[in-house]
Design a protein around this ligand. Structure first.
Ligand code: RIB
Length: 330
């Protein structure tokens, strides 16, 4: 079946192609209500949808923003996405894509070729200089989030990760825990290294023995599978690098007839939506996910309007949310 074109809509509505183009691109001020209605009805009747790439070439007012994230299933990232979606102006379309570290470069090229006006990148960038050169050459502004390393090329949104790690350590030490373990992924992103550093620095400052450092997969399954190693250690409390790992640890303990916090105190990181609904509810270091999403959108829109503006660096605070997975010990 032949694809419905803008010409078909113009013919059906009895107006020119230019009129249809203006109206469908939110440029309708100069047209009568009657003409607008005729065009919108014709669009509906024929099931017409504009080809975005062609739209770009014709100078549409709709901005396309590509958002690259590591996962759609981890609520940390889906909450950020949701916030972007809720805060997006009418003249912006978002294009979400998950990407692995290896695929990041090719995924970015793919989005640029599809005519994105700007990119939001929430995945560790291995070669920031090459990426910056590539995007600047093509006039595609970008904003990065959820990483610690600021290479100074563009706007960055980060959270105070060291302070986040410190908050977790401070809470556990205040509860009397002296044997602590950090549960981290095999592949540590720079922001995760900072949160671990914050935790260790705080322990050292309080003359505690070095926390154990255990590595597993960055997932719920990873958390569950590290439980035997935790139980072999003398740790009375663990700091999991994210909430998903913390949930996995709790499942691993429950499968062995053990409970949290009676047998082990657990602190997570992120404060995903499940954290407050679980039984027991999860003590965690909350990252401001909604703010990160909304801000990323604001910054990229500003960057599209003023591509030569100085890079903005925004650091948002994290906060400890004390719930039911941690307890006082003697
Ligand atoms: O849950 C995903 C984790 O990886 C978050 O803590 C986020 O900061 C990311 O780096």
């Amino acid at each position: 079946m032949k694809k419905v074109s803008i010409k078909d809509v113009a013919h059906e509505a009895g107006v020119s192609v230019t009129t249809v183009s203006h109206i469908l691109n939110h440029n309708e001020k100069r047209f009568s209500k009657e003409t607008i209605t005729k065009v919108l009805n014709a669009k509906e009747t024929l099931g017409y949808f504009p080809n975005k790439n062609a739209q770009q070439l014709r100078g549409s007012k709709i901005k396309l923003i590509g958002v690259l994230l590591p996962s759609l299933t981890n609520p940390f990232f889906s909450t950020i996405m949701q916030s972007m979606d809720q805060n997006k102006p009418d003249d912006v379309d978002l294009f979400f894509l998950t990407t692995t570290g290896k695929e990041l470069e090719s995924n970015i090229k793919q989005l640029v070729e599809r005519g994105m006006d700007g990119l939001i990148i929430g995945r560790l960038i291995e070669n920031p200089e090459a990426l910056d050169t590539y995007l600047k050459k093509r006039n595609v502004p970008y904003v990065v989030l959820d990483q610690s390393e600021d290479h100074g090329f563009t706007d960055i949104i980060r959270t105070d990760e060291e302070a986040g790690g410190q908050l977790a350590a401070e809470h556990l030490i205040r509860l009397g825990h002296r044997s602590l373990a950090i549960i981290a992924p095999h592949q540590m992103m720079a922001n995760m290294k900072d949160r671990v550093q914050g935790f260790i620095t705080y322990c050292r400052a309080h003359h505690l023995s070095e926390p154990l450092f255990m590595q597993t997969e960055l997932s719920k399954a990873g958390g569950a599978s590290i439980v035997p190693a935790i139980l072999e250690s003398n740790a009375t409390a663990v700091f999991a690098i994210n909430d998903e790992m913390a949930i996995g640890i709790m499942r691993g303990l429950a499968d062995r007839g053990l409970s949290v916090p009676a047998d082990l105190s657990v602190v997570g990181y992120d404060d995903i939506d499940f954290a407050s609904y679980m039984i027991p509810s999860l003590t965690t270091v909350a990252q401001p996910m909604e703010d990160i999403g909304a801000l990323a959108l604001t910054l990229i829109m500003k960057k599209i309007q003023s591509p030569d503006s100085n890079p903005e660096k925004v650091e948002l605070p994290n906060k400890l949310v004390i719930r039911e997975t941690t307890r006082q010990v003697n």
